[in-house]
Design a protein around this ligand. Structure first.
Ligand code: CP
Length: 315
């Protein structure tokens, strides 16, 4: 079988993305099955995680697979000097799928080149986070009824935020209009702006973040300022509270507008916003379960048809 790793989904066709969305929809209808009975999923988290690791593990468990792995690399032989290559080769002896988060950009690509076992990139440094993008697409599709022609406002740490990088690249097929709202220190990196230009993606950069400047958004994608990526913590202190979404800023929003956030939240969305009909970030995280069920099946060669015909559903 060809290596079906998911390092990035930015180059997936519309058909492929729709197929994955439909798979996620099937799993939302029936999340509990035995379709992966006998399979082993390894989760290797070299960086901290709550949602990504637990939702991948829940996805595997709910589909009947068994899970091995680690949440803290300090408990592994990497502390004795074992290389990433050797770790991946070892785990490939045990597991059918490897889900990996690593602090180094390009680590997932590298891992996919040293094994035939499919790798799913669960975040590589400030580069990409394709499974988050899949659940973001699913959340947008569910709440807007379409992925086409949407105005997507990305707010906060657009420099280090791998979720916004992944999302903007994958959305290019759907004629989006992006608004990048960030302090100068955390603005969208040049390479992604060049990507927008090259691919005909409309974008506007702004620094104002007010009731009026977000009134036209379909999706307000808030992000956390990523303390762990800063080399200068004084700079982090300067920018960490640059943009805070308050409930009183939602008065002019479009009725369909939804607030997304990959989470964890630190201080960028005040708690009062949670009660707004526009808040969708907790449902978004729940959607991660269905999206990740779809991704695990996809790398194992299980198709939408297989899932529709699946007789292992547990009601
Ligand atoms: N959204 C996300 O990646 O969350 P975790 O870091 O908790 O996995």
């Amino acid at each position: 079988m060809a290596n079906r790793s998911i390092v990035s989904i930015a180059n997936y066709s519309r058909e492929k993305l729709q197929n994955l969305l439909d798979m996620a929809g099937e799993f939302e209808k029936c999340p509990n099955r035995d379709i992966l009975k006998g399979k082993v999923v390894a989760t290797l988290f070299f960086e901290p995680s709550t949602r990504t690791r637990l939702s991948f593990e829940t996805a595997a468990n709910r589909l009947g697979a068994r899970v091995i792995g680690f949440a803290d690399p300090k408990a592994t032989s990497s502390t004795k000097g074992e290389t990433l290559k050797d770790t991946i080769k070892m785990v490939s002896n045990y597991a059918d799928v490897i889900v990996m988060r690593h602090k180094l950009e390009g680590a997932a690509q590298y891992a996919s080149e040293v094994t035939d076992v499919p790798i799913i990139n669960a975040g590589d440094g400030s580069n990409l986070h394709p499974s988050q993008t899949m659940l973001d697409l699913y959340s947008i599709y569910k709440t807007q009824g379409t992925l086409e022609n949407l105005k997507i406002y990305m707010v906060g740490d657009l420099k280090y935020g791998r979720t916004v990088h992944s999302l903007l690249m994958t959305m290019r097929k759907y004629n989006p209009e992006f608004h990048f709202i960030a302090p100068k220190e955390l603005e969208m990196p040049e390479e992604y702006k060049e990507y927008c230009v090259k691919n005909g993606i409309k974008y506007v950069e702004q620094t104002d973040f007010t009731e009026d400047t977000i009134a036209d958004a379909d999706i307000l994608y808030m992000t956390r300022v990523q303390r762990e990526r800063f080399t200068d913590l004084m700079e982090y202190e300067r920018v960490k509270d640059a943009y805070i979404l308050r409930a009183d800023m939602l008065g002019k929003c479009k009725p369909n507008m939804k607030i997304l956030h990959p989470l964890p939240r630190v201080n960028e969305i005040e708690y009062a916003v949670d009660d707004s009909k526009h808040a969708y970030y907790f449902e978004q995280a729940h959607n991660g379960l269905f999206a990740r069920e779809a991704l695990i099946c996809d790398v194992l060669g299980i198709t939408l048809e297989d899932i529709k015909n699946d007789k292992t559903v547990i009601l």
